[in-house]
Design a protein around this ligand. Structure first.
Ligand SMILES: Nc1nc2c(ncn2[C@@H]2O[C@H](COP(=O)(O)OP(=O)(O)OP(=O)(O)O)[C@@H](O)[C@H]2O)c(=O)[nH]1
Length: 667
């Protein structure tokens, strides 16, 4: 099941499947629509044909009724011509005559003779002749025959002589002078071999589902019905007739011998009139009877259609599979091409698939050429990367895609440990990596090459300074990555730092020199002038050694240098690390004391003076000593320059010297 599910899941999205499903749907739909339309037209045709057949049938039935009534009238009329007035008075003569008229029994169930007063003189039935019977005086058929002196047909009724449903034909007997001297009656039975026998077989079963022929008289009384129990009842006893009968009434009871038809939901009703009797013949065909064969035909058509559709669909799937085979081969060929197989032949085909194969073949050739060219470029690039004294790397999405041998050497990692790795692994911190790439992106946005110096870390060894130059591969597309050039500038940085140090420090004492001291003092002034100015007090102390020259003169310049170093150490030992000590001239020193007022500065100066005075330099058997004069000046007024501030301290130092040295004076 799983494997089949997998196959279906793979097969369904294919072009073959979609074409097969689509074509099959179109095929099924068209066959279904065609069949439906054909069946509908056939049904309409059959219904029309059946309707016409029903009309022919009903017309034939009406003809049968007409013929039978006319035959009976003729038979009665022929007999009447032999019934003379004398026979009316002579029973023996009557009986002898009627005994010879046995042929009448083929037409009538009862033949009766009545005189002009309505007294039945004789009745002939299947059982023979009987004598005088009850009177028919006042009976409408008798009265009408007397009055019109013409043959009359009665309404359906229960017979007078034999109480069974009949229609009575009455033939008036006319004397030569036109007087009616009697009436000859013939009863046509309506059940048991009567009129109905000529139209339909009598039925004992339920007739509701059957095709039936019904005859009604002009008043809607049933004259003939296959169900004998309904004879003589009103038309309402045959509910299937009611709508057609209503319509017939509304149409004014036309008695056309030409059949008409009425189509109801449940039945088809055809009708034809019989003008002689005024009767109407109806033929009722339940639709269920009509539809049963139609339903069977429809099911048969659907079955044939389904089989035909499945066969056509199978044929179409087979045909599509044949047509799309080259496409399959093409797909497999293209897959092999992607996998690197250039040798296999391309499938041959006509039309679109052939053109697609040709296009892919061309694309494959071009791709092969491009790959060859790229291989050459890569080999050259590999040589460049291997030989370049500059570290080269290709970075994309924050990862190394390509690194040169020099990068591997600088970082101390193999190429395999760098390619694919995040660039942050070469920076001292991840923050540096982020900052560098942000700065590079800003430079790229401005259309510039990025250049910056960063401390990088190798896998082993201390961090080193590197200059990074970065350039985007595609200026329009930052996502395409960037090329980095990497130089080791640790030596340059060290040299530069040494130069910077030397420029600001005194080589003999390692204290700040004059420039360094001036820069430090200037920074204090700048801090005061800033927006959030630091307005705490600051003090400078100028120190001028006393009696230094005699050391040089007596013990030599080396002794003087040694003394200067001891003085520097003494000064530094008596100030805070946040203070700045400097040698600003031959035997002149200076102190910058931030966050320190003049009084505190004077205290520091005295401590320094004592420390200097306490120095004893043993030199070639002699003990050398110096003293110091110190001038203290607190920064007094905003807007003063470095020179003005130091000049104030100088002036105080001069005063101290003037007082004999070895003391500190405040400006
Ligand atoms: N050894 C040595 N002597 C130096 C150096 N720089 C300057 N001098 C000497 O320091 C002396 C400074 O002169 P002065 O200021 O007159 O010396 P002084 O004896 O202290 O005089 P007063 O300040 O008036 O007490 C000079 O003799 C310079 O040659 C140096 O780097 N090393």
């Amino acid at each position: 099941m799983g494997r089949r599910g997998g196959f279906v899941a793979r097969w369904l999205p294919t072009l073959k499947a979609r074409l097969a499903v689509g074509s099959t749907l179109v095929l099924f739909t068209s066959i279904a629509l065609t069949l439906t339309q054909m069946v509908r037209v056939a049904e309409q045709h059959i219904e029309t044909t059946v309707e016409q057949q029903q009309q022919v049938e009903v017309q034939r039935s009406a003809d049968v009724v007409s013929r039978r009534v006319r035959t009976m009238q003729r038979a009665l009329s022929a007999t009447a011509t032999f019934v003379t007035p004398s026979m009316m008075a002579d029973a023996r003569q009557r009986n002898e005559f009627f005994r010879t008229q046995t042929s009448l029994q083929a037409f009538f169930s009862v033949v009766a003779l009545a005189d002009a007063d309505g007294a039945i003189l004789l009745a002939m039935t299947a059982d023979g002749l009987t004598g005088p019977q009850a009177s028919v005086a006042g009976k409408s058929t008798f009265e009408r025959a007397l009055r019109t002196r013409l043959p009359v047909i009665s309404s359906p009724m229960v017979g007078v002589v034999v109480p069974k449903p009949v229609v009575v034909l009455a033939h008036p007997l006319l004397a030569d002078d036109g007087r009616v001297y009697g009436v000859l009656f013939g009863s046509m039975p309506l059940v048991d071999g009567g009129l109905a026998a000529d139209l339909d077989d009598p039925m004992d079963d339920d007739v509701e589902d059957e095709e039936v022929t019904v005859v009604t008289d002009a008043n809607g009384r049933i004259v003939s019905h296959p169900d004998r129990s309904r004879v003589l009842r009103e038309v309402s006893a045959e509910p299937r007739l009611a709508p057609a009968y209503e319509r017939w009434l509304r149409a004014g009871r036309p008695l056309s011998a030409h059949a008409g038809a009425w189509s109801g939901d449940e039945e088809l009703v055809a009708m034809a009139g019989e003008p002689e009797t005024g009767w109407q013949v109806w033929r009722i065909l339940p639709r269920a009877l009509l539809q049963a064969p139609l339903r069977e035909a429809r099911i048969e058509a659907l079955e044939v259609g389904a089989v035909f559709s499945v066969a056509m669909a199978a044929l179409m799937v087979w045909f599509l599979a044949q047509q799309l085979q080259p496409l399959d081969r093409l797909q497999r060929r293209a897959a092999r091409l992607i996998a690197g197989d250039q040798r296999t032949e391309w499938p041959e085909a006509d039309g679109e698939i052939g053109r697609l194969a040709a296009t892919l073949r061309q694309a494959a050739v071009e791709r092969m050429r491009a790959e060859e060219a790229r291989a050459v470029v890569l080999r050259r690039l590999g040589s460049v990367l291997a030989a370049s004294p500059v570290g080269l790397a290709f970075e994309r999405d924050g990862r190394f895609q390509l690194v040169s041998a020099e990068v591997c050497r600088l970082i101390g990692r193999d190429e395999s440990h760098l390619v694919g790795q995040a660039t942050e692994i070469i920076f001292a911190t991840a923050v540096d990596d982020e900052a560098m790439r942000r700065a590079a992106a800003d430079a790229f946005d401005r259309g510039e090459v990025y250049e910056g110096e960063w401390r990088l870390v190798g896998r082993e060894g201390p961090p080193f300074w590197s200059r990074l130059r970065a350039r985007p591969v595609d200026a329009e597309d930052p996502a395409a990555g960037a090329i980095w050039c990497m130089y080791d500038i640790s030596g340059q940085i060290d040299a530069r730092q040494r130069l910077e140090y030397a420029a600001r420090h005194d080589p003999l004492t390692s204290l700040l020199n004059r420039d360094g001291f001036f820069t430090a003092v200037q920074q204090v002034l700048d801090a005061r002038a800033g927006i959030d100015g630091d307005h705490r007090p600051a003090t400078v102390v100028m120190i001028d050694l006393d009696q230094f020259k005699p050391i040089n003169d007596s013990s030599g310049h080396a002794a003087g240098d040694a003394m200067l170093q001891l003085v520097a150490a003494a000064i530094q030992d008596n100030v805070r690390s946040s203070d700045s000590a400097a040698r600003i001239g031959g035997d002149e020193f200076a102190l910058l004391l931030p966050h320190c007022d003049a009084a505190q500065g004077l205290g520091v100066a005295r401590k320094v003076a004592q420390a200097i005075a306490a120095i004893e330099l043993d030199w070639e058997g002699r003990t050398l000593r110096v003293g110091a004069s110190l001038g203290v000046a607190e920064f007094s007024r905003d807007g003063h320059s470095v020179e003005e501030w130091l000049a104030a301290a100088d002036a105080a130092c001069y005063q101290a010297k003037h007082r004999g040295g070895g003391v500190a004076a405040v400006a």
